[in-house]
Design a protein around this ligand. Structure first.
Ligand code: ATP
Length: 307
């Protein structure tokens, strides 16, 4: 069993009379990659800021553990990249990273060596002598990652690391995170499920400041996947009337019908497909689309978020 690296209990943050993070509890095992997933305003940045030590919790505990022993030097243990990292645009990439290395406690030759090593790791060696003001969003984010990792932290915490990037920048940063996660435990926040699915093995879904769902991605996928049928019919009165009647079928557990489209959660996908088709043919319904399969994590995410 892998050791927990981070243990959070009862974490709560109130701003004046408003509670924006409420009784959040989770733990992150060494070597895992966890996504804190939630819609805008769910409380991701507030939670991450408390974990990074930038915001004082109203109550609750955050424990960092190294081989089961409490960590005292948080600065060396954690690498952190905020949602909007601030760079000095007049500095070169190399100057900035050297400065970051010194701030992280590295000195002299060690700082120089680490600076070069990380410029190369994030693919910025050729741009190292250029001013950051001329960097693209993806380059800045890679520089931010190098800054967060230069002191070899055990835990890397990132707040929406790819949200502001174009598809190419996003891919660059996700690839880099994929590589890093082989040796560093990663926690990152995102409101994009796809980003979480791409590199993470654990998810924590947060909604209105509370954890709505958490666990291993595979397990959640298995546990919550349900047989689903999606139908689209023509806009004629006969088809629409039939559509409005299908939610009462015995095999339909849940129906979301909007006009000529329906998404049905059913008990048995084969039986339901057969009966729906036979019924539609006998009523002369104009089918445009009929799709059967399992619900996706996206369906679950939307359900959790919209609940
Ligand atoms: N300093 C503050 N004072 C008062 N309310 C705050 C403060 N910081 C955040 N909030 C509120 O707390 C809630 C959660 O904000 P937070 O930034 O943590 O959400 P988020 O999930 O990171 O959202 P986003 O994806 O938009 O960044 C929001 O309603 C926000 O307005």
């Amino acid at each position: 069993m892998t050791q927990p690296l981070l243990q959070v209990k009862g974490l709560t943050k109130r701003f004046k009379d408003r509670t924006v993070v409420r009784d959040v509890a989770f733990s992150i095992a060494e070597g895992s990659c966890a996504a804190l997933l939630g819609p805008n305003g769910a409380g991701k940045t507030t939670t991450i800021s408390m974990l990074a030590g930038l915001l004082q919790p109203t109550s609750g505990s955050i424990q960092l553990l190294d081989q089961s022993k409490p960590v005292t030097d948080r600065r060396m243990f954690i690498g952190y990249l905020p949602q909007m990292p601030v760079f000095y645009p007049w500095m070169t990439g190399r100057e900035f990273l050297r400065y970051a290395a010194e701030l992280a406690g590295l000195a002299g030759r060690d700082a120089v060596l680490k600076t070069d090593e990380w410029l190369e790791n994030v693919g910025l060696q050729h741009a190292a002598s250029r001013r950051i003001g001329g960097y693209s969003g993806g380059m800045k984010q890679r520089l931010g990652l190098a800054q967060a990792l230069i002191h070899r932290p055990k835990l890397l915490i990132l707040d929406e690391p790819v949200s502001a990037l174009d598809p190419a920048g996003r891919k660059d940063v996700l690839n880099l995170l994929q590589r890093i996660r082989l040796e560093t435990t990663v926690l990152f926040s995102t409101h994009v499920l796809h980003d979480a699915e791409e590199i993470c093995d654990e998810i924590l879904m947060i909604r209105e400041g509370e954890i709505a769902l958490q666990g291993k991605l595979d397990q959640i996928r298995r546990e919550y996947s349900e047989p689903v049928i999606r139908i689209e019919v023509g806009g004629d009165p006969v088809s629409l009337k039939w559509m409005a009647s299908i939610s009462s079928k015995a095999f339909v557990r849940q129906a979301e019908i909007t006009g000529n489209r329906a998404r049905l959660t059913v008990t048995d996908v084969e039986k339901a497909s057969f009966e729906l088709m036979a019924d539609a043919v006998s009523h002369q319904v104009a089918f445009r689309k009929f799709e059967s399969g399992q619900s996706t994590l996206e369906d679950l995410f939307l359900k959790v978020v919209q609940a």
